[in-house]
Design a protein around this ligand. Structure first.
Ligand code: 13P
Length: 247
């Protein structure tokens, strides 16, 4: 479905020096041209990355404020992100949900604001291990997906990232079958609750311990339209391998 989409979520990692090296490795990498490639540096390095990275790779933020800027100490507005050249924002990441405490309603409002202002949204969802073990994977994912569906003005500029929390940063990647099962269920949910068109055109990407070794099998799955990569996106050549796993 749609063009393969690979995002590198650098999370809260890097220094000016390490990011200079990473950007240079990405600039040197041979990337499949038929893939949307996006990287999400920490806010403070976005400007550096934007001015040094090939314009074949777009920039995403890792979060954005829920409304117009102003007296919100420590926050970064969508307008500021656009001003420095970001095209995307990652919202609803499990670390923001479960470490920082953002809830569905707040995340939905952020998504709506960002989309209305013209940023693309990488909308993350995913179940905890305890949810999976209790047989609640679909319930949890559908509830999180519905929160976006209830809030957003349109689906034109949204990529859904399914990231099972138990797979994030653990080295325990979902099997291709486990990921495909959830992706297919998410697409079916969109079909029933939004529209056939949105279900068929919205890219659903997988995240959670994706690396250069496991990406190819995952990429073969019918409903896996790309990846959101954490740890392995900090290594330029490995990230390139993941980008080039498009089938
Ligand atoms: P890892 O690839 O490090 O598991 O992280 C995945 C992730 O959270 C991407 O947003």
């Amino acid at each position: 479905t749609g063009k393969f989409f690979v995002g590198g979520n650098w999370k809260c990692n890097g220094t000016k020096e390490s990011i200079t090296k990473l950007v240079s490795d990405l600039n040197d990498a041979k990337l499949e041209s038929d893939v949307d490639v996006v990287v999400a540096p920490p806010f403070v390095y976005i400007d550096q990355v934007k001015s040094s990275l090939t314009d074949k790779i777009e920039i995403s933020a890792q979060n954005s404020w829920v409304s117009k800027g102003g007296a919100f100490t420590g926050e970064i507005s969508v307008e500021q992100l656009k001003d420095i050249g970001a095209k995307w924002v990652i919202l609803g990441h499990s670390e923001r949900r479960h470490v920082i405490g953002e809830d569905d309603l707040f995340i939905g409002k952020k998504a709506a604001y960002a989309l209305n202002e013209g940023l693309g949204v990488i909308a993350c969802i995913g179940e905890l291990l305890e949810d999976r073990e209790a047989g609640k994977t679909f319930d949890v994912c559908f509830t999180q997906l519905k929160a976006y569906a209830d809030a957003v003005p349109s689906w034109d500029n949204i990529v859904i990232a399914y990231e099972p929390v138990w797979a994030i940063g653990t080295g325990k990647v979902a099997s291709p079958q486990q990921a495909q099962e959830v992706h297919a269920a998410l697409r079916d949910w969109l079909k029933k609750n939004v529209s056939d068109e949105v279900a068929s055109k919205t890219r659903i990407i997988y995240g959670g311990s994706v690396n250069g070794g496991n990406c190819a099998e995952l990429a073969k799955q019918e409903d896996i339209d790309g990846f959101l990569v954490g740890g392995a996106s900090l290594k330029g050549p490995e990230f390139a391998t993941i980008v080039n796993s498009v089938t």
